[in-house]
Design a protein around this ligand. Structure first.
Ligand code: NAD
Ligand code: LMR
Length: 328
């Protein structure tokens, strides 16, 4: 019995994510919310013959009803990039959207597990955290920035140059954040192990860091990744659901390192320093973050990349925090 709300359900990500979660037999209630077009999306998805109920909630006056009693909230609401833009260029619009939605979550389902997709994730997750802190309901174990697409891309891009690899089975931890140089794939930690030349490592790292741009360019003004993101978010949600029912599952995510201070020690020593948020492999449990999984060892190339990522991340995190403080 798991109830899931999607905020921004009528968008490019929201629609295929609604479809994928309607097909998930563990979801019993699917609550779809958007400012536009959501009645059509909900009516359409509700005809799929799985047992879950589907609800349509249009417009802000129905946000409370969309959230009441919800276990997991996934947030793809917000504007996507166009060619030439960075994710940070979305801040001015999406920061306010995420703040409003986090306020409503604090009021209507404060114990829910939250997965933020809206960019720039490096700033929107700190914004959500600050809102929840201000309302006295913050639990760092229950707030996630969804970075699964970076991990999905990493395994697929490796397969492009190593055709003997099974892309679906390959696990490559990706740490740091979710934009350009803050995305740090740890190719040395691939499971099963894969041998790369230094040139392959450099090219793959760059491609994983800027994979989002490939889609933005190809869509030529019509948005960014939607289908692969819906897949990645559905996988993340499925992992949360499996963890809620007692299974041990490891998923990467951008989380507060306060969610597991002991587990975070290892990540801080790798270069995260005093950063509050970092993308890490997370062992999920009933409460959300059960443990930050250790990253055993990294190469000098990866350490350098983490150093670069950390400088950029600090600015992104501070920007989110000061946005919520200015609004007080
Ligand atoms: P989209 O424009 O197709 O859809 C966004 C939806 O959000 C629209 O239906 C819109 O009506 C809705 N919306 C806007 N303001 C809202 C509000 N206040 N409340 C509820 N709904 C609201 O965009 P998209 O392609 O679905 O992308 C959505 C976001 O996801 C973007 O910010 C994009 O950058 C981000 N994204 C993140 C990742 C990731 O890896 N984390 C991957 C892809 C895209
Ligand atoms: C992605 O990685 O595809 C998303 O963050 C969307 C984007 O703007 O690239």
């Amino acid at each position: 019995m798991v109830s899931v709300a999607i905020l921004g359900a009528a968008g490019g990500i929201g629609q295929p994510l609604s479809l994928l979660l309607k097909m998930n037999p563990h979801v019993t209630r699917l609550s779809l919310y958007d400012l536009v077009n959501v009645p059509g999306v909900a009516a359409d998805v509700s005809h799929i013959n799985t047992n879950s109920s589907v609800e349509s909630h249009l417009d802000k006056q129905n946000l409370g009803a969309a959230l009441a009693g919800i276990d997991i909230v996934i947030i793809p609401a917000g504007v996507p990039r166009k060619p030439g833009m960075t994710r940070d260029d979305l801040f001015n619009i999406n920061a306010g959207i995420v703040r409003t939605l986090a306020e409503a979550i604090a009021d209507h389902c404060p114990a829910a597990i939250i997965g933020v997709i809206s960019n720039p994730v490096n700033s929107t997750v700190p914004i959500a955290a600050e809102v929840l802190k201000a309302r006295g309901v913050y639990n760092p174990k229950r707030l996630f920035g969804i970075t699964s697409l970076d991990v999905v891309r990493a395994s697929r891009f490796v397969r492009d140059i190593k055709p003997s690899v099974d892309a679906a089975a390959l696990r490559i931890p990706v740490v740091g954040g979710h934009s350009g140089a803050t995305i740090v794939p740890l190719l040395s930690q691939a499971e099963p192990r894969v041998e790369f030349s230094q040139k392959e490592i450099e090219e793959l790292t760059h491609r994983i860091q800027f994979g989002g741009d490939e889609v933005v360019q190809a869509k030529a003004g019509a948005g960014s990744a939607t289908l692969s993101m819906a897949y990645a978010a559905a996988r993340f949600t499925e992992s949360l659901i499996r963890a809620i029912s007692g299974e041990d599952v490891v998923e990467p995510a951008f989380v507060s390192l306060d969610a597991d201070p002991r587990g975070a020690e290892n990540i801080r020593a790798l270069g995260a320093g005093s950063l509050e948020f970092f993308a890490v492999p997370v062992q999920l449990g009933r409460e959300g973050v059960k443990r930050i999984a250790p990253v055993p060892s990294i190469t000098p190339f990866e350490r350098k990349a983490i150093e670069v990522a950390s400088g950029e991340l600090q600015k992104n995190i501070s920007k989110g925090v000061s946005f919520t403080q200015k609004a007080k």
